[in-house]
Ligand binder design. Sequence first.
Ligand code: ZN
Length: 115
Amino acid sequence: MFVVGDTVIMMECSHCHGQAPDDAAYCPHCRRRLHKGRTFTEEFRVSGEELVSKVKQLIQEGNIRSLRVKQKDKVLLEIPLTIGVVGVLLAPTLAALGALAALITECTIEVEKEA
Ligand SMILES: [Zn+2]
């Protein structure tokens, strides 16, 4: 989120016209995708064993807006990766991923990156 002085820059959702933080990937009101900036999606197929290390690697590479762990079309876990959130959420998120990884044989990691 870009903060100028004490003003948080907001953007308007094109679906419901609600206000959303400038760096949000999804509208907090209608939960639909916000079309903003240039982002692209990459997918990686990994085994359960590889899941945690691959996610760590992807997060360290940076430029990721959100990360989803999917099995076929079902989203098992979604991690929003906005500036300032990463450090706080990373430990519990990786613990949740570890628990998930133990239950699955393979999955797809879908990341939305800034172009
Ligand atoms: Zn909306």
